[in-house]
Design a binder for this molecule. Structure first.
Ligand code: CP3
Length: 343
C-alpha cells in the first residue's frame, strides 16, 4: 500500500479526529530507562556523539517503537542543538546536565560564529528514520522554544529560577528580544528542514514557560511561539505543531489563542477536567500522566490512566506523560501503561 493511504492515528488526532483508544507516545521515550539506549550511548562515548551519528541516532529513535509499539516516534536529538548551531560549544558531562559556552552573560550573541551545518546530521537522522519507520507510525520532529533555549544560552547551563535570563530580559529588553528572534528564526529553519527530511509533525518545547511574570510570558513565550508557528505554517502548510508550554497553568488558554498551535501539550500539574472545560472544543490535547505515577506503577498508575482517558473521551487526545519519562522507570510499568491505554 502506498504510504499516503496508510492511516496514521496520531497524525489523524493532530488534525482534529478523535480516536478510541487514543494514540500514545512518551516524552523522552528514547533514553536512559532503556538498557539498549545505555549500551549504545556507552559505545558512542556520549550524548553529542550519539546525536550527531545519523545511523546510531536513527536506531535510538526506533528503539522504543520496536520494544513497545508506540504510535509516534520522536526524533532523537536535543533542543540545545540550535544554540550549538548558533556557535556555542555544547557538552554533556556525566551526571551534570548540558553546558553551553561561552555564556551570553559574558559575551554578545554577535561574537559567536554561526555553524548551521552542525544541524545536517539531524536531517540525515530524519531521512534514516523515515525510511525504516512503519508507515502507520507518526514521526515527530521538535525544537525548543526561544525562551527555554535562551535560559541555557544565557546562563550556560540549566538554572533553577532562570534569574540571570529574566534579569537580562528586564535590563536590556532590546538585546533580549534580538536573542529570542535570532533563536526563533533558526528554529523555523530547523523545523522546516526536519519536515523536508521526512517528519509528519513537530513539537515546540517551552519547558520553562512557568517561570515568567504575566508580562514577560507575553513577550517571551506568547509572541515568539506565535511567530514561529505562523512562519512555519507559511512554509509547511498542513503540518501540525504541538505547543507545550510546561508550567503555564492558567495561562494555557492565552497560549492556545495567541499561538494557534494545532495541539496543546499539558504537563502533569494541569487538572485535565479544567483544561477540558476551558480549551476550545475540538482542540487536540496531549498528556498528562504524572511521570512519577508511571515510575511507581500499581494502583496509582491504573487510577491515573483511567481518569485521564475518561476526561478526554470526547476530545481529540494523544496519551502522553506530563513531561519526560524518568530514568529509573521500570520497563514493566511502560508495558502496563500501554495495556491500560489500549484496553
Ligand atoms: O523525547 C525524546 O525521546 C526525544 C529526545 C529529546 C532529548 N531531549 C534527548 C535527551 C528531547 C525531545 C529533548 C528535549 C529537551 N532537552 C528539553 C525539553 C523537554 C524537557 O525535558 O523539558 C530540554 C530542557 C533539554 C535540555 C537537556 N538535555 C537537559 C536539561 C538534559 C540533561 C537532563 C537529562 O534528562 O539528562 C539533556 C540531555 C538529554 N537529552 C538526554 C536525552 C536522552 C540524556 C542524555 C544522556 O544520555 O545522558
Amino acid at each position: 500500500m502506498p504510504a499516503a493511504t496508510v492511516d496514521r492515528p496520531l497524525l489523524a488526532v493532530l488534525r482534529g479526529e478523535r480516536r478510541d483508544p487514543p494514540p500514545v507516545w512518551l516524552m523522552r521515550q528514547a533514553g536512559r530507562y532503556l538498557p539498549e539506549y545505555r549500551a549504545l550511548r556507552a559505545e558512542k562515548g556520549g550524548f553529542l556523539a550519539l546525536a550527531t551519528d545519523p545511523i546510531a541516532a536513527a536506531d535510538v529513535t526506533l528503539q522504543p517503537i520496536r520494544r513497545f509499539g508506540f504510535d509516534g516516534a520522536i526524533l532523537f536529538s536535543d533542543i540545545l542543538m540550535v544554540p550549538w548551531a548558533m556557535g556555542q560549544d555544547l557538552t554533556f558531562g556525566a551526571g551534570e546536565g548540558p553546558r553551553l559556552a561561552p555564556r551570553l552573560v559574558d559575551v554578545p550573541l554577535e561574537s559567536l560564529e554561526p555553524r548551521h551545518e552542525r544541524l545536517e546530521p539531524v536531517y540525515e537522522t530524519v531521512r534514516q528514520v523515515r525510511a525504516a519507520l512503519s508507515p502507520d507510525r507518526t514521526f515527530l520532529g521538535f525544537a525548543g522554544s526561544p525562551w527555554t533555549v535562551a535560559t541555557y544560552m544565557v546562563a550556560g547551563q540549566g538554572s533553577k529560577d532562570h534569574a540571570e535570563t529574566r534579569f537580562m530580559a528586564y535590563r536590556d529588553p532590546e538585546r533580549f528580544t534580538r536573542l529570542l528572534y535570532a533563536i526563533a528564526e533558526l528554529t523555523v529553519e530547523y523545523l522546516v528542514g526536519q519536515v523536508k527530511a521526512g517528519v509528519d509533525a513537530g513539537q515546540l518545547f517551552d519547558s520553562w514557560a512557568g517561570s515568567l511574570s504575566p508580562e514577560q510570558f507575553g513577550t517571551c513565550v506568547l509572541e515568539p511561539n506565535a511567530w514561529i508557528i505562523r512562519e512555519f505554517r507559511r512554509r509547511c502548510p498542513g503540518v501540525p505543531v504541538i505547543g507545550f508550554p510546561k508550567g503555564a497553568g492558567a495561562k494555557l488558554l492565552a497560549y492556545a489563542e495567541a499561538t494557534q498551535a494545532d495541539a496543546i501539550g499539558l504537563d502533569e500539574t494541569v487538572d485535565p477536567r479544567w483544561a477540558n472545560e476551558v480549551l476550545p472544543a475540538g482542540l487536540p490535547v496531549q498528556g498528562n500522566l504524572d511521570p512519577l505515577a508511571l515510575e511507581v506503577g500499581g494502583e496509582a498508575l491504573d487510577r491515573a490512566v483511567g481518569r485521564i482517558r475518561e476526561i478526554f473521551r470526547d476530545r481529540p487526545h494523544i496519551f502522553n506523560l506530563g513531561h519526560g519519562i524518568g530514568q529509573h522507570t521500570p520497563i514493566a510499568h511502560v508495558e502496563r501503561l500501554l495495556e491500560l491505554v489500549r484496553a
